[in-house]
Design a protein around this ligand. Structure first.
Ligand code: PMP
Ligand code: GLN
Length: 379
C-alpha cells in the first residue's frame, strides 16, 4: 500500500536494543529497568487473576484505580479530578498521547512541540493531518525561550505538546514556565498535552511542576502518566490521562475504538499498590537519584562530559573529547566496539543537531552501571 508515514522506520529504541543484543553489549539505550517491580504489585496481579477478574474492564478504567489516581493527584498537585469524567486509563502513556492528539488535532491545525521530542508525538500529529512546529531547545539546559515560543503561535495553533521531566534532556519545567505558557495562550483556543510520565522521577529542588497544579492551564490540558515508569514495569503498558470532562469526552471517543479498555487484573493490582504503598512513589526520586549518582561518579574519570540531570532515568553525555563521529554512528560504534549501547539525540530533532550528545539509561542495577562505566572510562 501507499505508506501514510513514508518517512518512518523502526524506532531508535528497538534498533539500539537489537544491536545491543546482537553484540552482547550492556544496554543503556532503550529506557527500561533491568530489575523487577514491587513484589506486592505482582502478588496483587496474581490475586486478581485467581479471583476471576479476567473480563473487560470499564471503558474508562477500573473504578478503584480511577479513585486512587484522583486521590494521588489531589495530594500531589492540589487538584482532585472527577473520578467519573476526568480520568481515563490507557494502554500505556503511548495510547493516551495518541488518543489526545487524535481527539484534538484537525486537518491543517498547527501543533507546537519542543525538540528534542519523544518520538511518538510527530507520527500521531501527521496521521491527524496536523502540521508540527518544532522549537529547538539548546543544551545544556534545554530551556524554552518564551519569546521564541510566542513567535511560533498563529491562528492555526491548536495544541502544545510538552514533556517534563523531559526525555531525553533530563531537564524539568519550572512553575514559571507554566505561567509563561498560560500567558502566551490564555486568549487563544489552544490546548496543552503535558507528557508527565516521569512525574515521580524528579530530582529538582522545587520538585515536579505539573500542568495539573496550574488552575487555568489544567482546564485546557491533558496530563499523561505511566505506571510502567513508576513501578518499574514497562511491559505492563498501563498509563492514564487526566483532563477536564469536555476534553476527556472527546479523547474517550478515540480510546473507545483504539483499545476500548485496558487489562483488568493489572488495573486492580495497580489500584491496590497505590493505596497500600504510597511511599513507593514518594521514595522514587531518592531511589533514582542514587542510581544517577552511581553512574555520574563512575564516569567522573572518563572523557565524557556529563550534563545536568534534574529528572527522568536518563543522563546525557557529551563525547566531543572522544570522537568526531556523528551521534548515530558513534552509538553504533560504541555498541559494537566498546560494548555499551546508548541513544543518539539527533533522532529526536527535526533540524540538524550539531551537538555530540548521547543518552544513557540509569534504570539499572548498580553492577550494570559500574560495568558500563568501566568500559566507558576506557574511551
Ligand atoms: N512519553 C515519554 C517521554 C516516554 O519516555 C515514554 C516511555 N519511554 C512514553 C511516553 C511511553 O510510555 P508507555 O510505555 O507507558 O507507553
Ligand atoms: N520510552 C522509552 C525510551 O525513551 C522507549 C519506549 C519504546 O521503546 N517505545 O527509551
Amino acid at each position: 500500500p501507499q505508506s501514510k508515514l513514508p518517512a518512518l522506520g523502526t524506532t531508535i529504541f528497538t534498533q539500539m536494543s537489537a544491536l545491543a543484543q546482537q553484540h552482547n553489549a550492556i544496554n543503556l539505550s532503550q529506557g527500561f529497568p533491568d530489575f523487577d517491580g514491587p513484589r506486592y504489585l505482582q502478588e496483587r496481579l496474581a490475586f486478581h487473576v485467581a479471583q476471576g477478574a479476567n473480563q473487560y474492564a470499564p471503558m474508562t478504567g477500573v473504578q478503584a484505580l480511577r479513585e486512587a489516581i484522583a486521590d494521588k493527584t489531589a495530594e500531589l498537585y492540589g487538584h482532585k479530578p472527577d473520578v467519573n469524567t476526568d480520568i481515563t486509563v490507557t494502554a500505556g502513556a503511548t495510547e493516551a498521547l495518541y488518543a489526545a492528539i487524535t481527539a484534538l488535532v484537525r486537518q491543517g491545525d498547527e501543533v507546537i512541540c519542543f525538540d528534542p521530542s519523544y518520538d511518538s508525538y510527530a507520527p500521531a500529529v501527521e496521521l491527524s493531518g496536523g502540521v508540527l512546529k518544532r522549537i529547538a531547545l539548546q543544551p545544556p539546559h534545554f530551556r524554552v525561550d518564551w519569546q521564541q515560543f510566542v513567535a511560533q503561535l498563529s491562528d492555526r495553533t491548536r495544541l502544545v505538546i510538552l514533556n517534563t521531566p523531559h526525555n531525553p534532556s533530563a531537564t524539568v519545567w519550572r512553575k514559571a514556565d507554566f505561567a509563561a505558557l498560560w500567558q502566551a495562550i490564555a486568549d487563544r483556543e489552544i490546548y496543552v498535552l503535558s507528557d508527565e510520565v516521569y512525574e515521580h522521577i524528579c530530582f529538582a529542588e522545587q520538585g515536579h511542576a505539573s500542568v495539573l497544579a496550574h488552575p487555568q492551564l489544567r482546564e485546557r490540558a491533558v496530563a499523561v502518566s505511566s505506571f510502567g515508569k513508576t513501578y518499574h514495569m514497562t511491559g505492563w503498558k498501563v498509563g492514564y490521562c487526566v483532563a477536564p470532562a469536555a476534553i476527556s469526552a472527546e479523547l474517550r471517543k478515540v480510546h473507545q475504538y483504539l483499545t476500548f479498555s485496558v487489562n483488568t487484573p493489572a488495573q486492580l493490582a495497580l489500584a491496590d499498590m497505590l493505596r497500600a504503598e504510597p511511599e513507593h512513589y514518594r521514595q522514587l526520586p531518592e531511589f533514582y537519584r542514587a542510581r544517577r549518582d552511581v553512574l555520574v561518579n563512575a564516569l567522573s574519570n572518563s572523557k565524557l562530559e556529563i550534563l545536568p540531570c534534574e529528572g527522568t532515568y536518563f543522563l546525557l553525555a557529551d563525547y566531543s573529547a572522544v570522537s568526531d563521529l556523528d551521534d548515530v554512528s558513534f552509538c553504533q560504534w560504541l555498541t559494537k566496539e566498546v560494548g555499551v549501547a546508548a541513544i543518539p539525540l539527533s533522532v529526536f530533532c527535526a533540524d540538524p543537531f550539531p551537538h555530540k550528545l548521547i543518552r544513557l539509561c540509569f534504570a539499572k542495577q548498580e553492577s550494570t552501571l559500574l560495568a558500563a562505566a568501566e568500559r566507558l572510562c576506557k574511551l
